[in-house]
Design a protein around this ligand. Structure first.
Ligand code: 1GP
Length: 252
């Protein structure tokens, strides 16, 4: 287990966590730097960087570098494919989209990116990634067969399969900008089945959402849109502060 994964486990001993996702296609390096600095000030636990479209090459490198300069938070890549790798990041969610219908997103992109991750010495953290309805952009782009919102057992079966295949995190994804987050019942059922930490993202925008998702069983929540679309830095800070309050109120 590498440094970032140990950091996550140590923190999880004490509290639930909140990661902020910044998509280099939506956020300039300047804004990313300000948002990362502010995130650290208000108590975010890590920054994830990635996206389904355009989060590659110089655009990606520029954003990761500026975040590293302006905060001490770990930067974890959240790649849409092997294009989403930057040597400036600390770690990468080495994820397999288990409910994709296209082998490229299950093992293909991973094979194409593996040597790059090794060459740059980025810490890989194996993760089972599951798309839940509606799935939004990532669901469409990655040929997922989104898990129906009213079928928690299907999500639990995939999550447990991921754990049995050696993945050390499970991520339930409703899709960035989803009108509603992953249903509480589904989060609860998955949580009772898997032992690895459970990450939930997509459509979490408020104190109430965050609290509900964590209470249902999420160990880590991810928010992107809530601060990316905040309009101003002050508004973004306010939103983050209330989301974090919702996360940290639920004790282990
Ligand atoms: C998307 O789960 C993340 O990959 C975050 O979603 O942008 O809706 O917060 P939001």
């Amino acid at each position: 287990i590498g440094k970032v994964e140990s950091y996550i486990h140590e923190k999880l001993e004490k509290e639930k966590l909140h990661f902020v996702l910044l998509d280099p296609d939506d956020v300039s390096p300047d804004l990313a730097s300000k948002l990362a600095q502010m995130s650290e000030e208000v108590g975010v636990d890590a920054i994830m960087v990635g996206g389904s479209t355009g989060a590659e090459g110089e655009v990606l490198d520029g954003v990761v570098r500026r975040i590293k300069e302006s905060s001490n938070l770990p930067v974890i890549l959240f790649p849409g494919s092997h294009g989403g790798i930057s040597k400036y990041a600390d770690a990468i969610f080495f994820m397999s989209l288990l409910n994709s219908t296209n082998p490229f997103f299950i093992t293909g992109a991973q094979a194409l990116g593996a040597f790059t991750v090794k060459r740059y010495g980025i810490e890989p953290i194996p993760m089972a990634y599951l798309i839940i309805e509606p799935g939004e952009t990532v669901g469409w782009v990655s040929d997922a067969k989104p898990i129906p919102r009213y079928k928690p057992k299907i999500a639990a079966a995939y999550a447990l399969a991921g754990q049995y295949m050696g993945m050390r995190l499970v991520y339930l994804e409703a899709g960035s900008g989803a009108p509603e987050h992953v249903p509480s019942e589904m989060i609860g059922v998955v949580k009772t089945v898997v032992e690895v930490p459970l990450i939930v993202g997509g459509g979490i925008r408020s104190y109430k959402d965050a609290k509900e998702v964590v209470k249902s069983g999420a160990d880590i929540i991810v928010t992107g849109t809530a601060i990316e679309k905040a309009g101003s830095l002050e508004e973004a800070r306010k939103r983050l502060e209330s989301i974090i309050r919702g996360v940290k109120e639920i004790k282990k």
